[in-house]
Write a protein that binds this ligand. Structure first.
Ligand SMILES: NC(=O)c1ccc[n+]([C@@H]2O[C@H](COP(=O)([O-])OP(=O)(O)OC[C@H]3O[C@@H](n4cnc5c(N)ncnc54)[C@H](O)[C@@H]3O)[C@@H](O)[C@H]2O)c1
Length: 227
């Protein structure tokens, strides 16, 4: 089976009712991203940051995967599909995708501030005073702006082995995730699905842009790939 690698961003979850942040004037649910999604923001106001992620977690438990997530699951009948997502939601998993790498962490997990390898499943609110076994504060298991991306090396290897690369719903503004497009082998076909694409076909070899929302764009993709 050919290896199909998919890089997804916030746009694939937009039709499930989760807002992207570039579409809302750079504010994420009304907040400056540096305030709620950076290590400095957490140090300055941990309560605000925990509350922000508590609201995101609660919202995530109320929404469902959409057609685009399910179309990617369907592709597993025809390809070995590897998803690399910038999203912290679990909608790919709930749609049934088998191989999902979360570059920027996961909303339904928390970790110790003392030991980043101590990761726990978490579905309720996270509060100041919620501690790990070593009595250190727990924090959201999210890669905040300015922090290292531990799974980036893994994502590079996955991308280097792609026979086809598909990119869906990302503004390609967040690095290093956006640089993954540069790691495909020469002549690898690339499909880019986004209603407001930020790359142009002339910028990359073998790039096809599908200027559509994720649900209809993935339908078009299935036709292109005869899946
Ligand atoms: N669902 C989530 O987990 C979620 C939501 C918001 C932000 N974030 C985080 O914020 C960062 C934002 O970077 P990003 O590039 O992923 O998102 P972004 O907000 O920077 O860009 C969103 C992209 O999605 C496109 N888009 C909007 N509606 C779409 C639709 N219906 N179908 C397809 N595309 C659509 C926009 O044109 C835009 O290019 C990520 O690192 C991510 O961790 C995650």
């Amino acid at each position: 089976m050919k290896k199909l690698v998919v890089l997804t961003g916030a746009g694939i979850s937009a039709e499930s009712g989760i807002n992207t942040f570039r579409d809302t004037a750079g504010l994420w649910e009304g907040h400056d991203v540096q305030e709620v999604a950076s290590a400095q923001g957490y140090l300055a106001n941990p309560e605000l940051v925990l509350d922000f992620y508590n609201k995101r977690r609660k919202q995530l438990l109320e929404v469902s995967p959409n057609k685009a997530h399910f179309n990617l699951t369907h592709l597993e009948t025809f390809f070995k599909v590897e998803i690399i997502t910038q999203n912290v939601d679990d909608l790919h998993e709930r749609a049934g995708s088998s191989n999902v790498t979360h570059l920027h962490g996961e909303l339904l997990k928390v970790r110790s501030t003392l030991d980043e390898k101590n990761v726990l499943d978490w579905r309720k609110d996270l509060l100041l005073g919620d501690l790990c076994k070593k009595r250190a504060q727990l924090r959201p298991h999210i890669v905040w702006f300015g922090e290292a991306v531990p799974l980036f090396e893994k994502a590079i290897k996955i991308t280097q082995n792609a026979d086809i690369l598909v990119i869906i719903g990302t503004s390609m503004q967040v690095y290093p995730a956006a640089s993954l497009i540069n790691y495909v082998k020469p002549n690898t076909p690339i499909y880019f699905i986004d209603p407001k694409p930020t790359v142009s076909e002339s910028a990359f070899q073998h790039l096809t842009i599908l200027k559509e929302i994720a649900s209809s764009g993935t339908e078009t993709l299935l036709r292109y790939l005869k899946a």
